[in-house]
Design a protein around this ligand. Structure first.
Ligand SMILES: Cc1cc2nc3c(=O)[nH]c(=O)nc-3n(C[C@H](O)[C@H](O)[C@H](O)COP(=O)(O)OP(=O)(O)OC[C@H]3O[C@@H](n4cnc5c(N)ncnc54)[C@H](O)[C@@H]3O)c2cc1C
Length: 370
C-alpha cells in the first residue's frame, strides 16, 4: 500500500491551501475529501481577503491575518503558474460603510483595539461622507462615513478553490473525493487513516475537515470546538462598474455581478435561505446604493461558517500523537496565503513553534488557559 508524507483530511479551502503548500515543499500529499455532500463553506463565501477588524481580541490573529494578506500576491502568482487560473486577486483597500453614528463608534472602537494590538502593522482611517462621495458617486446620503483599511482586498473565491485543487494535482498531489474519513490511528511513528472502504498510511495527518474536524480531532488527542454559523448571500445580474473596491457588505465582481451579504445566524446545521434575511440584506444594499433597486437578483444561497467560540482560528499539533495537526478556521479565503506558505512550512518541519501557542484550543478551557 502506498504511503504518503502527509494526508490532509478535508478538501475545502483550508485543506487544499495547506496541501498545495506541502506539495510545493516536495512532500507527497493525499487529500481525502468527503465531497460536495458535506457542508462546504468553501463554495459559499464572499471572497474577501480581509484584514480590518480581525484579531481585536487576539493580537496574534491580527498579525497572522496581515501576514496572510502580505503573502497573498505570491500565492496568486504561484497558483496562476501551476494551474493556469487567474484568481482575480485585487487589494486596493477595503471599505466598511456606516449608516449610523452607533455603527461608526462601535467600529472605530474595535479598530482602535486592533491597532493598539498590532501597532504599525495595521492602518485604517475613518472617511467622511464627502470623501466617500468622491469615491462612490452613486452612494446615498444614508451613508454617514466608512472605515478604510489599505490592507484589504478580495478575490474570486470559486476560482481560488479550483486553482488550489488543479495546482495541487499539477505539482504531484493526489486528491480523492467521496472519501469520508472514519478513523485515524497513531502508530508511533506514522498514522493510518481509514475511510469506509480503504486505509491509507502517512507520516503526518492534518485534520482540515471544516465542521467535520470536531468529530475527528479526539482521535488524535485534540479538541476542535467548532460550530456552524449561517451566512446568506445574494448575487445580482451584471451591471456597469460602480464599485471598484471591496466593501464588507457589497462587492462587484470582475464579471459585473454584485454580491450582497452576508448574514450571521446561529441556527445549527441549516443552510437554507429565508425571505426575511434576504429582504434585510437587499434593503441595506439599496439604502447604500439606491440604483440597485432596479437590478435583478440571479442567485442566493446560505452556507455555514466554521466558527470557534471566539471566532479566531485553532491550529494545534498533537502532543500525544506527534505528526497530527488540526486547523479550524472561519476566514479560509483571507488566510489561504498563510496556510499555503508559513503554516505548510511549519507542518513540513513537523511542529508548530511558540508563535502558534495563542491558537491552541486550550484557550477555551479556563483550567488550562494560563
Ligand atoms: C456566507 C459565508 C461568507 C464567507 N465569507 C468569507 C470571506 O469573505 N472571506 C474569508 O476569508 N472567508 C469567508 N468565509 C469563510 C470561508 O469560506 C471558510 O473559512 C472556509 O471555506 C473554510 O474552509 P474549510 O476547508 O475549513 O471548510 P469547508 O469548506 O467546510 O470544507 C471542509 C471539507 O472537509 C470535508 N470533510 C468533512 N468531514 C470529512 C471527513 N470526515 N472526511 C473527509 N472529508 C471531510 C468536506 O467534504 C469539505 O470538503 C465565509 C463563509 C461563509 C459561510
Amino acid at each position: 500500500m502506498k504511503s504518503f508524507d502527509a494526508i490532509v483530511v478535508g478538501g475545502g479551502l483550508v485543506g487544499s491551501a495547506i496541501a498545495y503548500g506541502l506539495a510545493k515543499k516536495d512532500q507527497s500529499v493525499l487529500i481525502l475529501d468527503e465531497g460536495d455532500n458535506a457542508f462546504r463553506a468553501s463554495r459559499g463565501n464572499f471572497g474577501l481577503v480581509w484584514v480590518q477588524g480581525k484579531g481585536s481580541s487576539m493580537p496574534a490573529y491580527a498579525a497572522w491575518t496581515r501576514t496572510s494578506a502580505d503573502v497573498w500576491p505570491e500565492l496568486a502568482a504561484s497558483l496562476e503558474e501551476d494551474s493556469g487560473i487567474d484568481v482575480d486577486l485585487h487589494q486596493p483597500g477595503g471599505i466598511h460603510f456606516f449608516l449610523s453614528e452607533k455603527e461608526q463608534n462601535e467600529r472605530d472602537e474595535m479598530l482602535k483595539r486592533v491597532s493598539n494590538a498590532a501597532g504599525s502593522n495595521f492602518q485604517y482611517e475613518i472617511l467622511d461622507q464627502k470623501t466617500l462621495r468622491g469615491m462612490f458617486p452613486q452612494m446615498s446620503d444614508a451613508v454617514i462615513g466608512a472605515a478604510f483599511c489599505p490592507h484589504d482586498g478580495a478575490c474570486n473565491s470559486l476560482r481560488l478553490f479550483r486553482a488550489l485543487q488543479v495546482g495541487f494535482q499539477q505539482i504531484g498531489g493526489t486528491y480523492l473525493p467521496l472519501q469520508s474519513v472514519k478513523d485515524v490511528q497513531f502508530h508511533n511513528p506514522g498514522f493510518s487513516v481509514q475511510t469506509e472502504n480503504s486505509t491509507y498510511n502517512c507520516g503526518k495527518v492534518i485534520l482540515a475537515a471544516g465542521l467535520g474536524t470536531r468529530e475527528l480531532a479526539p482521535k488524535v488527542g485534540l479538541n476542535a470546538p467548532v460550530s456552524p454559523l449561517k451566512g446568506q448571500i445574494i448575487v445580482t445580474s451584471k451591471v456597469k462598474t460602480f464599485l471598484d473596491r471591496p466593501t464588507h457588505f457589497l462587492r462587484q465582481t470582475d464579471e459585473g455581478g454584485v454580491i450582497i451579504g452576508e448574514s450571521k445566524e446561529d441556527v445549527g446545521f441549516d443552510d437554507s435561505t429565508t425571505p426575511s434575511v434576504m429582504h434585510a440584506l437587499a434593503k441595506r444594499a439599496v439604502t447604500i446604493f439606491p440604483m440597485l433597486r432596479n437590478v435583478n437578483v440571479v442567485r442566493c444561497w446560505g452556507a455555514l461558517r466554521v466558527m470557534t467560540p471566539d471566532g479566531c482560528p485553532v491550529y494545534q499539533h498533537s502532543e500525544t500523537c506527534p505528526g497530527a495537526f488540526i486547523t479550524c478556521v472561519h476566514s479560509g479565503v483571507t488566510l489561504a496565503g498563510a496556510h499555503a506558505f508559513p503554516l505548510a512550512e511549519a507542518i513540513t518541519q513537523g511542529t508548530l513553534d511558540e508563535s502558534y501557542k495563542p491558537f491552541r484550543a486550550e484557550r477555551f478551557d479556563v483550567s488550562k488557559a494560563a
